[in-house]
Ligand binder design. Sequence first.
Ligand code: SDX
Length: 416
Amino acid sequence: MGVVSGSPASVSASGGGGGGGAADKQAAFAKGLEGVIGGQTGVCSIEQDKLIYRGYEIHDLAEHATFEEVAFLLLEGHKPSPAELARFKAEVVAERALHPAATAFIESAGGWLASGRAVPMDVLRTAVSILGHTDVDCQDNSPSANLRKAKRLLAKIPTIIGHMQCVIDGRAIIGRELGGAPDLDHAANLLYLMTGKRPSKDEAKVMDVSLILYAEHEFNASTFTTRVIAGTLSDMHSAVAGGIGALKGPLHGGANEMAMEMLKEIVKDIGEDGIGSAKVDAWMEQAFVSKRKLMGFGHRVYRNGDHRAGILMGLGKKMAGTLTGTFGGLPALKWFALGEQVQGIMLAKKKIFPNVDFPCGMTYFTMRIPVPQYTPIFVAARITGWAAHISEQHADNRLIRPLSIYTGPALKKWNG
Ligand code: SDX
């Protein structure tokens, strides 16, 4: 494992994998592996001034590509020709339906979901494991088998999410045989599976772009988790189950749900009339005093803002401007007005920028997507990045095994 120049020197393992001396170890120690380069990848590059997926910049992709094209780019490694894209889409559509065992599990999970014993991310994690049991290629880590499994997971994760929502709502499962509507593109079909309604063009477009923005992000915690698991030569379904476990956390993917809950908490505390007033400043000041982590803000890598946040904020706000009715008791644009006010205070007082999860919360909320499904939808996008990294790790592998500094009791005799 290498380290960035100017940061602690790496500690070369001596002989049978032992570490260097205590001083060397202390010098090389970086809590949370902050600033440590953990590998090489051709999938994604994150810089302070740009985010690139296999050579294409995120604004370019968000404006000109579809999620299916980006999924092909990440999984197959190049921009698809029209013929390649048509084949890829047909393959994914054909794989959307779930094995009856997976559907039966989801139907049986209604009680755990209703009691809160399980949240959708937990049920998604278990359902993905069942998909592994029903996948003929499960134990095969070859590039061709990994690609087949990646397409099946890409196809089926929206179906798991949709079936779960039908069970939560007490509605009949939609798409039991076909996994949705074959004529609908990926993003639109995800929404159809959840609601039973064919989404508007606007809704489908906003969902499609959000999936592009969520698809890949280099060595983030969940992707690195999948690489650590793949690095032991374990299989893709095991790695993806681990990735789901990592992404669930509120410091990572779970922040999109928590960001919306935070905005709802602010409105509950200050009332709709408080939006735009100094009451928001006072609420934020109280949060600062109590050292509260405000969800949807900050980033381990980005120090001058998350390139994706502005894209989704703009799209979500534009769509909100076309919506009538109320959402959680407020007009759609009121949520964005509050969001912009919170963003402004965070920047002015803490110099902390929003990350992609902040605008995601408001956008999905005004699309009437249930909050507990926000992070599962993140998985429906990130499966493309995870699968690309898992395949890359398998193709050029070295077991990932960092060192540690011992802080436990000094040496002593058991019968001393
Ligand atoms: C994602 O890595 C990726 O690429 C992830 C991701 C992806 O696409 O895969 O981009 C997706 O996970 C985005 C991040 C989502 N998480 C959140 O929004 C949760 C809230 N954010 C924070 O917990 C935090 O910003 C992290 C975890 C995201 C990053 O934290 P770091 O790099 O460990 O920074 P830190 O916690 O050490 O904070 C540095 C300072 C601290 O102040 P001091 O204690 O030094 O005085 O900034 C403060 C922090 O308190 N700070 C915050 C804050 N984030 C940082 N203060 C309040 N609210 C916040 N959100």
